[in-house]
Design a protein around this ligand. Structure first.
Ligand code: C2E
Ligand code: MG
Ligand code: MG
Length: 692
């Protein structure tokens, strides 16, 4: 080996060197400084002897030496026999080929085994002979671990792809790079056929734009799409896309989820949600959607249609007598008949129970609509064989037209319903066109009817009291209790608007009982306040005919603790004509209690004078229609005079109601009327009549 050996410890320079050139010693220390400040391990070995002539601190320390003690030792001494054997091929190689060598090996260390990359760089002397080799060692543990992690993650990914029952496709820059078996089966190609082809080739054309958008944005998302199967069919799928960084390449991974089963389920649910399970017809939801579509504001104003509201007459009887199964069969049969009668554009629905709905779409003269209604009626009324019996059920049909009868689907439906209700009232088994006037009243009556039932429990009634005065001096002599209904929406409702309804519904009996109780309690309070004022209550004939009526009066008086003379009942002439015997019994019972009886609205009925004479009547109330226009109205003046004269001849008192003017008062007083009632003396008010 030649003289020039890098890293060789030179003797201190003996001769005086050129001052500007660093000395050899200085060279050596500079070299060491550099060598010790790089992370790499460095050493130089002599070619002949394989002894270490230079090593930086890192190198020496790695093998258990320091910078001094490592020098002059052989390679084998330093790295150990085993390692020496393993690197022998490279040493031989560099000696023979004079070419740099590179290898990686493991190196035990106190912190665990490390991976190192070793480079052997040949160094030649001036004559070109191989003098030795630089050893340059880099710690590549981290790099190796990253590689291993990558390899493992790829293996994991591959395993995951294999194990997944869902299709997975990898693509890069828009081209397919890999796909698992489920994906291949779903799309119908082999991996070889798919790999390298454009991803978009496998997408249904109408979905390409969306896929491109997601790909371009590199979005990580999930969305519904459709793929093109090899056989050309479209398969609805969900794509779940992710970006995957694999080493230095970026892949797109798409999970392809087959939505065919899901969509079928969705359609099933949609079907269930929109159809009547029994008949398969549309249900209310679906029907209203159609109606909406027809009448919706989005449509031009020329949309027209007719809604037929069909309700079976007495369907309940079928259910009750033959059972629900028979009822179901009947409904199914009628549903079929309906469907077969109508055009494809017509919509038929069952709203539950025995209600069917038909929507005839498009312009149609009324005569044609009615013709359809007639056909429906006759077809549906035809007998059905149920449990061996021939049963026939008729429908009532209500018709409402769009746009003539309503602006909104809900109104159209309501009006068709009202028309159907009219059809029922007209004897059923018929059809009826919506009549705005009739239905308004019908609806109001229905509404009031249902609310009236609850008005008692809700304590919505109130009594107003109107003063009755003595004709001679105008002093307060009594009062009449007049009922009002404090309706939660309509406000104060006058008795004319609900008493007839209450009578029809027989609600007048409990209402009348309430009035009786309330009025006697009021009389009690007035007494307690030092004003014993008689109170008159109005009776309805139902109440009066009630066998318990007189007993009720007795207990109301008893509860209030007032004498019978503090109460007057007003009955009408008509009530007296009903059933003379029972009337007589009730009246004498009342008399026994001391209760007074007045004939209200006298002159408007047909009571025979003979009657009046026989009955224990205390006084007669001249109806306000005869007070009206007194004294100028000659007819009324004559009637008023006749009534007062008659009453006097029978020994009965007379009170006139509806007295509004001084002239009326003067005239009635002159005729000998005993008491007066009317706005002239005070309107009915909620408080005690003497408060004003
Ligand atoms: P009615 O018994 O003939 O009552 C007199 C009606 O004349 C009351 O009407 C009263 O407010 C009204 N009136 C009072 N002063 C005047 C006036 O100066 N001029 C005019 N034009 N009218 C006047 P209201 O309160 O609307 O009662 C109407 C009818 O309802 C009563 O006629 C009575 O038949 C019935 N009614 C009232 N309360 C009850 C009740 O508790 N039970 C029953 N069964 N019917 C009642
Ligand atoms: Mg009255
Ligand atoms: Mg009256």
């Amino acid at each position: 080996m030649s003289s020039t050996q890098p890293g060789r410890r030179e003797a201190p320079a003996s001769a005086a060197g050129v001052p500007t050139e660093p000395s050899v010693r200085e060279h050596a220390s500079l070299l060491r400084l550099v060598a010790n400040s790089v992370p790499a391990l460095m050493a130089f070995y002599d070619n002949e002897t394989l002894r270490c002539l230079f090593a930086n601190a890192g190198y020496a320390k790695t093998f258990g030496f320091d910078e001094q003690s490592v020098l002059g030792r052989t390679l084998e001494e330093i790295i150990g026999p085993e390692a020496n054997r393993s690197i022998e091929p490279y040493v031989n190689q560099i000696r023979q080929t004079h070419k740099p060598q590179r290898y990686e090996r493991q190196l035990p260390s106190p912190t665990g085994t490390r991976w190192i990359e070793v480079q052997l760089l040949p160094h030649f002397d001036a004559s070109g002979t191989l003098a030795g080799a630089f050893v340059l060692i880099n710690d590549i543990t981290r790099h190796r671990e990253a590689e291993r992690a990558l390899r493992e993650s790829e293996e994991r990914l591959a395993k995951f792809m294999d194990a997944s029952v869902e299709g997975i496709v990898f693509h890069k820059d828009g081209f397919v790079t890999d796909a698992n078996q489920p994906a291949l089966e779903l799309i119908g190609y082999s991996l070889d056929e798919m790999r390298g082809r454009k991803t978009l080739e496998f997408i249904a054309p109408e979905h390409v734009a969306k896929v491109v958008e997601v790909m371009t944005a590199r979005a990580e998302t999930a969305y519904e799409s459709a793929i093109l199967h090899r056989d050309g069919t479209r398969i609805p799928v969900e794509f779940i896309v992710r970006t995957i960084v694999r080493g230095d390449e970026t892949l797109r991974m798409t999970v392809v989820r087959d939505l065919r089963a899901t969509q079928a389920a969705r359609q099933r649910i949609h079907h269930l949600a929109h159809h009547d399970a029994l008949t398969g017809l549309f249900n209310r939801t679906a029907f209203m959607e159609r109606l909406d579509a027809l009448m919706g504001s989005g449509r031009a104003g020329d949309a027209q249609g007719a809604l037929l509201f069909i309700d079976l007459d007495h369907f309940k009887r079928v259910n009750d007598s033959l059972g629900h199964l028979a009822g179901d069969v009947l409904l199914q049969t009628l549903a079929q008949r309906l469907t077969s009668l109508l055009r494809g554009s017509d919509v038929v629905a069952r709203f539950g129970g025995d209600e069917f709905m038909v929507l005839l779409q498009g312009a149609m003269p009324l005569a044609d609509v009615e013709e359809v209604a007639r056909k429906l009626l006759s077809s549906m009324s035809a007998p059905v064989l149920l449990e061996g019996r021939s049963i026939s059920v008729t429908p009532s049909v209500g018709i409402a037209l769009y746009p003539q009868h309503a602006d909104t689907p809900a109104d159209l439906l309501r009006n068709a319903d009202a028309a159907m209700y009219q059809a029922k009232r007209h004897g059923r088994a018929t059809h009826q066109l919506y009549d705005p006037e009739l239905s308004r009243r019908a609806i109001e009556a229905l509404e009031l009817e249902s609310q009236l039932t609850r008005a008692i429990e809700r304590n919505e009634f109130v009594l107003h009291y109107q003063p009755q005065v003595r004709a001679s001096d105008g002093r307060l002599a009594g009062c009449e209790a007049l009922i009002r209904w404090r309706h939660p929406v309509r406000g104060l409702v006058e008795p004319d608007q609900f008493i007839p309804l209450a009578e029809e519904q027989r609600l007048i009996v409990p209402i009348g009982q309430w009035v009786l109780r309330e009025a006697t309690q009021a009389a009690r309070r007035w007494r307690d306040a030092g004003r014993a004022l008689p109170v008159s209550v109005n009776l309805s004939s139902l109440q009066f005919r009630d066998a318990d009526f007189a007993d009720n009066v007795a207990s109301a008086l008893g509860e209030a603790g007032i004498p019978g003379s503090a109460l007057e009942v007003e009955i009408t002439e008509r009530m007296l004509m009903d059933d003379v015997d029972s009337v007589r019994a009730t009246l004498s019972h009342l008399k026994a209690l001391g209760v007074r009886v007045a004939i209200d609205d006298f002159g408007t009925g047909y009571s025979s004078l003979g009657h009046l004479n026989q009955l224990p009547i205390d006084r007669i109330k001249i109806d306000r229609s005869f007070v009206h226009g007194l004294p100028d109205n000659a007819g009324n003046a004559a009637i008023a005079r006749a009534i007062i004269t008659l009453a006097a001849s029978l020994g009965r008192e007379v009170i006139a109601e509806g007295v509004e003017t001084e002239a009326q008062r003067g005239f009635l007083v002159a005729l000998g009327c005993h008491q007066l009632q009317g706005l002239l003396f005070g309107a009915p008010t909620e408080g005690a009549p003497f408060a004003a």
